[in-house]
Design a protein around this ligand. Structure first.
Ligand code: ADP
Ligand code: ZN
Ligand code: ZN
Length: 659
């Protein structure tokens, strides 16, 4: 009697055995349809064991094994098992997540002839600069597992390094995987890569790809006929039998960490996968994560540096504008306005950066103190004048802007603070002839709109851009010579220990958009703390200095990367229930924790309410990764036995990015 062991997408970490008379060891990795409960489910065969723990008469037969598809290879299953173990997530749920939605539902994409790509002219292949060449040589010369941190200043031509390294991998008959952040950079990059490697099969894997195409791309990769896979974090799970190189561009980017379900970091999984395949992996950034930089300093990663820009003569000049003694006009200083005016006269582009969309973050009544709170979250509803709505940016709850205060009837209610819409309006008012273009999640609400906005900027049909961090990454606008940052101070004293790292990266990235071509760039930062070391490091383009100082602080405080963390979060109708659950969880943890694992007290989350649920969290920490992992596995088992009220949900976040 042949038995197959199947991983199913259910919230249990165990697998299920079924009878499959015709199955053999070659069926490991195949999709299979099985009866489950009162219905059927699709799962993945993870083993064909000799016998089952359960008595054979209790086992049900499978419905059908999918044999028209090639089996998923052992290394793919091993990758899933690693993620299940590391992130404490059920294996079936991990594998299910790693499959494209169509295959997940047991459906196959119809065979379609791949149209050869047309329209992308063969891209020019510039001669590499010495630093670029050295980086490419190091990567291409690596035999076996070797993690590289490519630290290249903005505009230093990191992409060129990736493309050369990919070329070398392809020349050896291998496949390459390139990961980029979430924000729609993929279409531009796809065009560039396609132009560079005509005749190769390039697969795009991100949430914008239609289901059928995604499933086809996955199968092409699995069968080895795709050469390059280009995508966001989810592409780390595409099976690649001939994988020879992994690139993670903008490796510091938070979008590589998934914030729900399987809370994995695609960057970290990329390093695991490179090790598994015994191949090089390149993590690239102008502002590496402190985790990666720490590895580079202690020798676990090989540091490759690009210290100068490829095209531009110099880095942009960064200057702080002291706003303490100045009366700002619509939130902007005289110096910034003058700089904008100068760019308009010269026919150059400017960018005003403000990481806050909407018109104003809050509406308030000056008579009774009413403020536009969200009914469901610990947050304000943001004023959106463009469509005259107030909207919560966390849950989407919205309402029309009231004419009078809902509490006291006072008609004198005002928006407070500034968002991108307000800056846009103010600039349009001040520079009536200028073409002001706002770029945020509202104006670029679909990939098509986003694409249209980008084309407009590239065509030079915009003089002043007002944008959030959407514009910070990867873009190359040759005529952009001024970046002004307003409202950056808010992040300077935020409670999260990662806030300075994030702010520094953001400002350096956004500042790096200026002066990338022949025209020199300038960055103006409005601040009430012009002497702050973070700004000083920015002005000196001194990532290194900033990173060392931050690492020293982290080491002293015992924060990552010098400690490893996991968070248990609970959410329920009342925060008291969440806290009660976490206290019980902590009691279970105590005997398991040992000396090396530190348990904190359960606390309400900083933003307690989200979508009418009240949240609390419990932090666990250790200086030893293995100790933490051992503890988490035991704790998770124990937690499964903990009776939580039906309306309480909890999850574990390993290596959380936000505390
Ligand atoms: P980064 O990603 O490091 O910020 P990019 O890869 O976008 O930088 O490159 C910045 C600009 O420099 C691009 O326009 C690119 O085409 C150009 N570039 C890169 N390498 C070279 C080179 N060796 N010679 C000439 N131009 C280059
Ligand atoms: Zn009022
Ligand atoms: Zn809300």
């Amino acid at each position: 009697m042949t038995i197959v062991r199947v991983a199913l997408d259910i919230p249990l970490s165990r697998c299920f055995d079924y009878l499959a008379p015709e199955a053999s060891a070659t069926d490991v990795g195949r999709l299979v349809r099985v009866p489950f409960g009162r219905g059927e489910k699709t799962g993945v065969i993870v083993a064909v064991p000799g016998h089952s723990e359960q008595s054979p008469d209790k086992l049900k037969p499978v419905v059908a094994i999918e044999r028209t598809l090639p089996a998923l290879p052992p290394d793919w299953l091993a990758l899933g098992e690693f993620c299940a173990r590391y992130y404490q997530h059920p294996l079936g749920a991990v594998l299910n997540f790693a499959l494209p939605p169509l295959l997940r539902r047991g459906r196959l994409p119809r065979q379609k002839k791949e149209k050869p790509r047309s329209g992308t002219p063969p891209a020019v292949r510039p001669a590499l600069l010495a630093e670029q060449q050295a980086a490419v040589d190091a990567i291409s010369g690596a035999t076996g597992f070797m993690p590289f941190l490519l630290h290249g200043v903005t505009g230093s031509g990191k992409t060129e390094v990736y493309l050369h390294a990919i070329e070398a991998a392809l020349a050896r008959g291998r496949q390459a995987l390139m990961l980029v952040p979430e924000i729609a950079l993929t279409p531009q990059l796809e065009g560039r890569v396609a132009g560079r490697f005509p005749g190769t099969r390039i697969v795009a894997a991100h949430s914008g790809v239609a289901d059928a195409a995604r499933a086809r791309g996955f199968l092409d990769a699995l069968e080895g006929c795709a050469d390059i896979v280009l995508g966001t974090r989810l592409s780390i799970f595409v099976p690649l039998p001939r994988l020879g190189l992994i690139v993670v561009d903008e490796e510091h980017d938070a979008s590589f960490k998934q914030q729900d379900g399987l809370r994995y970091s695609a960057r970290d999984v990329a390093v695991f996968r490179a090790k598994q395949h015994d191949i090089p992996v390149v993590l690239g950034s102008a502002t590496p994560s402190l985790e990666s930089y720490c590895h580079a300093r202690n020798g676990r990663y090989t540091l490759l540096s690009l210290t100068r820009r490829a095209v531009a003569e110099a880095m942009p000049a960064v200057r702080c504008i002291d706003t303490r003694r100045e009366k700002l006009q619509d939130g902007m200083s005289a110096a910034l306005l003058a700089a904008l005016e100068l760019r308009l006269q010269r026919g150059e582009q400017s960018l005003v950066f403000l990481n806050r969309r909407g018109y104003a973050p809050v509406l308030a009544c000056s008579a009774c103190g009413w403020i536009s709170n969200c009914r469901r979250c610990t947050a304000h509803r943001v004023v959106h004048l463009a469509d005259r709505r107030m909207r919560c940016h966390h849950c989407g709850d919205e309402a029309a802007i009231p004419r009078a205060c809902p509490d006291c009837g006072n008609q004198d209610i005002h928006p407070f603070g500034r968002g991108t819409q307000r800056i846009e309006a103010a600039l349009q008012d001040r520079f009536p002839a200028a073409r002001v273009l706002r770029i945020d999640r509202d104006s670029a609400s679909s990939p098509r709109k986003w694409q249209a906005l980008l084309e407009q900027i590239h065509a030079g049909d915009a003089d002043i851009l007002v944008g959030t961090q959407m514009l910070a990454k990867g873009h190359d606008f040759p005529r952009l010579t001024l970046v002004g940052a307003v409202g950056a101070d808010a992040a300077l004293f935020a409670a999260d220990f990662r806030a300075p790292e994030r702010l520094f990266a953001q400002l350096m990235q956004v500042g790096g958009r200026s002066g990338r071509a022949e025209l020199p760039g300038e960055v103006l930062i409005q601040t009430e703390h012009p002497g702050h070391p973070l700004y000083a490091a920015l002005a000196g383009h001194d990532y290194h200095h900033f990173a060392i100082a931050q690492l020293a602080e982290r080491e002293q405080a015992g924060f990552p990367p010098y400690a490893f963390q996991a968070l248990l979060r609970a959410e329920a109708r009342e925060v008291a229930w969440s806290l009660e659950f976490l206290s019980a969880a902590r009691a279970l943890a105590q005997p398991l924790a040992g000396e090396e694992v530190m348990l904190y007290d359960p606390v309400p989350m900083r933003m307690v309410r989200l979508m009418s649920l009240e949240r609390a969290q419990l932090l666990v920490e250790s200086r030893s990764r293995p100790a933490l992992q051992t503890f988490l596995a035991a704790w998770c088992n124990a937690l499964a036995t903990l009776k939580a009220s039906r309306r309480l949900r909890w999850h574990l976040d390993v290596d959380p990015l936000e505390l």
